[in-house]
Each structure stands twice: as structure tokens, then as C-alpha cells.
Design a protein around this ligand. Structure first.
Ligand SMILES: [Zn+2]
Length: 428
């Protein structure tokens, strides 16, 4: 049994590398937050000073997240408290920055699923960790978690709290996918295929109202954390996208659906263009309220990724808006040069490193796990498996002749039960 494929790098070498990388490309992060509560079920997380190697400031990265709860606040609070540490514990120790970034998408999947399993377990057995956990807990939450390391942005989401990117150069793109039954055909088909019933609320026996929901439970989302009263096909497996910004940096707007039900991505970006992050967040909220009123919890985070040592160019006369962005991002406004090559230039601005949205846990954890966890540690919850129960994620029955225990990461019994339930193989 091979324990590891790559030799460990000495810490001094690792820190040396990190310092060189930090010197070359570490941009600074400026952020702002604003929001207005209607139901008080939106939560957010701002951690601008995390470290990959504890005690080494040059290995720093930032995390921003939004959790939009429903049917109560327990799931949103629990996810805010636990999600990040569950993701981080799924990344192998002692690896360099590049490997860390490569490991992140898979760790995000593991962390989201672990958070859901633990929340449901706590709810089920009504443990007294949180006083609010009572039997019959039915709350759930969206989760959009953004990890920024240098110019690399990794976004994981379940639900409909979007994250958009306004890359300098005026290209606005969506980094998340809405897991809403109303709008997402693929998700609707997946839920139906797994035994869920999708339809609208029926009043007086005939009139259908509101968005498409999943029954039983009546949830409009197809993915979430929590939601013990709905079927297991409402999964916590996140859509993950990883991009690398150009050296010009960019702006992220992360917000709950209170914003996105009122504003398109372009409208939100435009509402705050060129303004400092703190003011920008306030303006996005204000713009959403102006067009729709306070119908829902409305929370907005604006995060600017600003390249280091940029040259501040003198403002172009007569272009007020570009003056601001030139100041913030040290970038000359692009105007007449790329008139007909809009598409090409937009590809050049942001490099797409990774994107995967499958709801199938087996696919997301992958066969080709680069650091084979043959030690028997569960790839989802990081719990050591008792000897004799070494089931891999790819094996079917433990007695199947085609079983290949060395391929793919291990799942403990609990996580295996969860996987099977999510994939419609068994109900819990
Ligand atoms: Zn496990």
C-alpha cells in the first residue's frame, strides 16, 4: 500500500516559495458590507486574514460568504460557524500554494457535505450544542463561500446567493449557478428523477401560485444545507468555479436573493462602479430597494481585489466613471482599441481554471485523488475509519468482485449512507 505519491517539502523551502510568490503578485483586498433585514435570516462571514501556513503572513488568503436561511436561522448560523473549518480540514497539510489551490474545489465539496451531515445529525438527536436545536428542526440555508488567494478566486455555492465578478475592462460575469427549481431545468430533472415532485403551491384546489417548489417540503431551491424535512435529493453538493483574474484585478459582488430579485448582474455592477467597496455595498442595497422595496432580507458584500504597486494614471478628461476605476485599479480605461473584439478580450481578462456543478458526490470527489487517502480517513468528514471498513467511494457492494479499494478516496459509513441517499440509491 503506497502511502503517498509526492515527497513532503521542507517547511523552510515552502515558506521561501511563499515569500517569493507574495512579493510578486499579492494584491490587496478592500471590502464593504451592507444589508437590511426583513426576516433576519441572512448571515455573512468576512475573514480577510486567513493563513494557509499558520504563522506565515505571506500565505494569507481571504474568505467572504453569505448564508441566506429559510424556515429559521439555525442552519445559517451553524453553517457560518462551521463551513470554513470543515473545508480547510479537507485540504492535505504541508502542500504548496499551487497544490493547495488545486485541492480547494474538492475540499469545498467535502466541507459543504460534512456541514450538512453534521447539522442534520445534531438536529436529529437534538444535542445541546446549540440551545436552538430542537427535535423537528427544519431550517435550511443557501451558502456562497468565496476564497481569494492572490488573483485566484474560488467560489462554491448551494442555493441562490449569487457572486458576480466585474473584471476590469467592463466584463461582468456570474461565478455561481442559481439552484432554483423555477429557473434551473437540469436541477428540476435531477430532483424529479430522484423521486421528488416539482410543482407550484396549490390554493383552493385549483389555482397554482408562486415559484416551482419541491414536494414534500415546498422548497424552491434544489440545493441547500440543512432542510431535514425535504428529500435527500435536495443536496449540499456545491457548484464550484475557480478563476484567475488578470493583473488588473477586479470586483466581486456577493449578495442574497434580496438583491438579485431586484437587480441583474450588470445593474448591480453599474450601480457602484468606480466607488470604494464600503460605499459600493451600500449603493447596491439602495438600488435594489429603490426598484423593489424591502421584500426580503437583503445582504451585499463588495470585495475589491487590487493589484500591488499599480501606477496611478492621470484621469482621462471628460470620463468621470473611468477616472474612478483608473484610480482604484491603476488601469487605463479600455476604449477604442478593442471595438470588435469584445469577446476575445473578455476571455483574456479572466482565466477559467476550474468549473464543476454535478450533484453526484462520487463524480465530485473523483477517481484520481492525487493524494490517495489509503490511510482510511474519510474524504468527506475526515474521520478515521475503524479497521476492516475500508470502503472506497467507487466501490459498490463491499462483496462485489469488481471492487477496487485503492481507487478513490474512502468514505466512512455515515458519509457513504449520505452519498447513497443523495444519489437516490437509498433513503434515510
Ligand atoms: Zn465521513
Amino acid at each position: 500500500m503506497k502511502m503517498t505519491e509526492t515527497p513532503l517539502v521542507p517547511l523552510a523551502t515552502l515558506i521561501g516559495r511563499e515569500l517569493r510568490i507574495a512579493k510578486i503578485e499579492k494584491p490587496s483586498i478592500k471590502y464593504g458590507q451592507a444589508g437590511l433585514a426583513k426576516k433576519g435570516e441572512d448571515y455573512f462571514l468576512i475573514k480577510p486574514d486567513c493563513q494557509r501556513i499558520l504563522g506565515n503572513p505571506s500565505s494569507s488568503f481571504s474568505v467572504f460568504a453569505i448564508f441566506d436561511g429559510h424556515n429559521g436561522i439555525s442552519a445559517a448560523i451553524y453553517t457560518k460557524e462551521k463551513l470554513l473549518s470543515h473545508v480547510m480540514s479537507a485540504i492535505p497539510q504541508g502542500i504548496g500554494r499551487e497544490e493547495w489551490l488545486q485541492a480547494l474545489p474538492r475540499a469545498l465539496v467535502a466541507g459543504f457535505v460534512k456541514t450538512d451531515i453534521e447539522f442534520q445529525r445534531k438536529g436529529k438527536y437534538s444535542q445541546l450544542c446549540f440551545a436552538m436545536f430542537i427535535a423537528g428542526e427544519t431550517s435550511g440555508t443557501t451558502a456562497t463561500l468565496v476564497v481569494i488567494d492572490g488573483l485566484t478566486v474560488t467560489v462554491a455555492c448551494v442555493g441562490d446567493s449569487r457572486c458576480i465578478l466585474d473584471a476590469q475592462g467592463g466584463v461582468v460575469s456570474l461565478l455561481t449557478v442559481d439552484h432554483r427549481l423555477e429557473e434551473n431545468v437540469e436541477e428540476r430533472e435531477r430532483v424529479t428523477a430522484s423521486g421528488g415532485e416539482v410543482g407550484r403551491l396549490n390554493v383552493y384546489g385549483s389555482t397554482e401560485v408562486g415559484p416551482l417548489r419541491c414536494w414534500p417540503g415546498g422548497l424552491c431551491l434544489s440545493r441547500s444545507i440543512g432542510d431535514m424535512d425535504v428529500g435527500e435529493y435536495i443536496v449540499p453538493v456545491p457548484h464550484v468555479k475557480q478563476v484567475k483574474l488578470s493583473s488588473a484585478g477586479g470586483r466581486l459582488i456577493i449578495a442574497s436573493d434580496g438583491i438579485w430579485d431586484a437587480l441583474s448582474s450588470e445593474m448591480a455592477a453599474k450601480a457602484c462602479q468606480g466607488l470604494p467597496a464600503e460605499l459600493a455595498a451600500k449603493l447596491v442595497v439602495k438600488e435594489a430597494l429603490r426598484s423593489r422595496g424591502l421584500k426580503d432580507d437583503t445582504t451585499c458584500l463588495v470585495v475589491d481585489i487590487i493589484p500591488p504597486k499599480h501606477i496611478v494614471l492621470p484621469p482621462t478628461p471628460g470620463k468621470k466613471q473611468n477616472m474612478f476605476s483608473s484610480f482604484m485599479f491603476g488601469k487605463k480605461s479600455q476604449n477604442s482599441i478593442n471595438k470588435s473584439t469584445n469577446k476575445l478580450s473578455s476571455v483574456g481578462v479572466v482565466e477559467e481554471l476550474f468549473e464543476e456543478g454535478s450533484a453526484i458526490l462520487t463524480e465530485r470527489l473523483g477517481k484520481d485523488f492525487p493524494w490517495k487517502t489509503n490511510s482510511g480517513r474519510c474524504a468527506v468528514c475526515q474521520v478515521d475509519q475503524p479497521p476492516g471498513e475500508d470502503l472506497s467511494v467507487n466501490s459498490g457492494s463491499p462483496f462485489s468482485p469488481s471492487r477496487k479499494p485503492l481507487e478513490g478516496p474512502f468514505l466512512c459509513t455515515n458519509c457513504r449512507i449520505k452519498r447513497d441517499a443523495m444519489e437516490g440509491k437509498r433513503s434515510t
